[in-house]
Design a protein around this ligand. Structure first.
Ligand SMILES: *Cc1c(COP(=O)(O)O)cnc(C)c1O
Length: 399
């Protein structure tokens, strides 16, 4: 770690992120153009409505939408997009939220899309004063169930595109949009982590929401794209519930710069660099007893591959989750993507690495597997114990 790393000044661990763009780890490496833009605006005054107009133009250009808006996060964008579908441009109604008296206040969403991204999406919907109406069951939803859930009180239909959703048995976006539009209901798509900035709008979605701080490499922010009228109605929520979700000048110019940098980013070069990291790790793990690797494409077709590391505890002498936990310790903690680790595997995500960090990851993998291979007993914390410890740890903050 460089000695002038701000983390060492703050007494924080120099974690290496092979987990993905996680809020809990600081999201992503902000691209240089955005860093520069943020530091350029911090000391200046600017007319915020005009800055938002400029942002709208840039979002429109990148997404093919008529207009765009930047807010605090994609989660904020969900709340504000739902609020906008309830109030339209009625300023008095905007000030009354979350009291939704007299407004359409139901939001339909497939049960299999009721995800948590660190907080429940249905809460982001309810924050606007709306009621959540689930469609279908977790692993099966059909067009007739969507039609049956829509009433004269339905304000919007929310659709999530994400690796978090149940990956089968869901209504395809096109059919979802047709079903909602047939009843005059707008479709809001949560595409927080989706690299495709144009396809979802082209499929008929009315508002598409992205995170600014994930694949785009901007500062913490959320991006809304859609028609002029609908995006204006989202923007107007800053006079109401959006106030507490406002983004400052630095967030707006940073997200703008990240969007502009996205146009000229060397996507192929980055893909190649990421592939080299995967190859480096695969090589480090080759021939190790009980460890098998596979390169796995992103489940929602983002142009991103990850290395799936499967660990057979009997031969590796350590479980996948104990290996993940041990990698996260020491002077170079490595945080892996472990959402599915109870199945005996984790992933290594190459999209958030500084130069040469992949070598540290390879070294740490070898180090922990070597240590495990010399252990007398198989290192195997019961899964339930790990789970309960993690749950207990939530309340340990700040001490
Ligand atoms: C990350 C994520 C969010 C939340 O995005 P923020 O910008 O961090 O608020 C919402 N939905 C999905 C599917 C996500 O992956």
């Amino acid at each position: 770690m460089p000695v002038d790393d701000i983390r060492s000044h703050l007494g924080l661990r120099p974690v290496i992120n092979v987990s993905g763009t996680m809020t809990s780890l600081g999201a992503s490496i902000v691209v240089p153009a955005a860093v520069e833009a943020v530091s350029g605006i911090l000391t200046e005054f600017v007319e915020i409505a005009d800055l938002h107009r400029k942002a709208s133009t840039v979002i429109a250009e990148l997404t093919g939408a008529e207009a765009g808006f930047i807010t605090a996060s994609c989660s904020a964008a969900i709340s504000l997009a739902v609020a906008a579908s309830m109030t339209g441009p009625d300023l008095a109604a905007i000030e009354r939220l979350p009291d939704a008296t007299g407004l359409k206040d139901e939001v339909v969403i497939q049960s299999g899309h009721m995800v948590s991204y660190g907080a429940p999406i249905e809460q982001a919907i309810r924050l606007a004063g709306a009621k959540v109406v689930p469609v279908g069951q977790a692993t099966s939803a059909s067009a007739y169930q969507l039609a049956g859930a829509i009433t004269e009180r339905t304000a919007a239909a929310v659709y999530v595109v994400s690796h978090h959703v149940v990956e089968y048995g869901q209504i395809p976006l096109k059919i979802f949009v047709e079903g909602a539009h047939a009843r005059g209901v707008p479709v809001i798509v949560d595409a927080a982590s989706e690299y495709d900035l144009t396809g979802l709008l082209a499929s008929g979605a009315d508002l598409v929401l992205h995170s600014g701080h994930k694949f785009l490499g901007g500062p913490t922010s959320g991006i809304v794209a859609g028609s002029k009228a609908r995006v204006r109605d989202v923007y107007l929520q800053n006079r109401g519930i959006g106030r507490g979700m406002k983004v400052g000048k630095e967030g707006i110019v940073g997200a703008l710069a990240a969007l502009q940098a996205w146009k000229t980013r060397d996507h192929d070069g980055i893909r190649k660099r990421e592939r080299r990291a995967l190859d480096c790790w695969a090589e480090a793990l080759e021939g190790r007893p009980g460890v098998t690797v596979a390169i796995v494409p992103d489940p929602t077709s983002n142009p991103l591959d990850r290395l799936k590391v499967s660990v057979a505890a009997a031969d590796a002498r350590i479980t996948a989750w104990d290996l993940a936990d041990r990698l996260a310790t020491g002077s170079r903690p490595v945080i892996v993507r472990d959402h599915e680790v109870e199945h005996g595997y984790f992933f290594l995500d190459p999209c958030n690495l500084h130069p040469d960090e992949e070598l540290v990851v390879a070294f740490r993998l070898a180090e922990e597997l070597d240590a495990a291979s010399m252990s007398n007993a198989i290192i195997a914390t019961p899964l339930t114990e790990r789970l309960m410890a993690r749950e207990a740890a939530i309340l340990n903050w700040p001490d």
